[in-house]
Design a protein around this ligand. Sequence first.
Ligand code: FES
Length: 121
Amino acid sequence: MHRYFWYAAVLVALILSFDVVLAFRNAEHEWGHMGPGTLLMLINVVFIWLYTLSCHSCRHTVGGRLRHFSKHPVRYKLWTRVSKLNADHGKYAWYSLFSVAPVDLYIWLLATGTITDVRFF
Ligand code: FES
């Protein structure tokens, strides 16, 4: 079950990443713009990816069930990297959890018209 939820989490992270890319547009849909919302979304999606990629299921997906790492050097390299990330999985869980709230709040304030979308450039 953990692995299937991990697949779902990857899908959510991909959707959030797509949203971040779209956030680099202004109200006229012109690219190359950025505001505090873009920055918050970017920070959030980085933490979400760190959390997702440091999961035990990711580690097992990339390097599990191998008899000989030497016969699968790419998977071994990926497994080694995910294992390093996995050491801080708990930290990434907290960071991603606490970075979601400001993003949701900012977007809710924008959607309700409480604030206007400020742009750095
Ligand atoms: S979410 Fe998979 S180990 Fe924490």
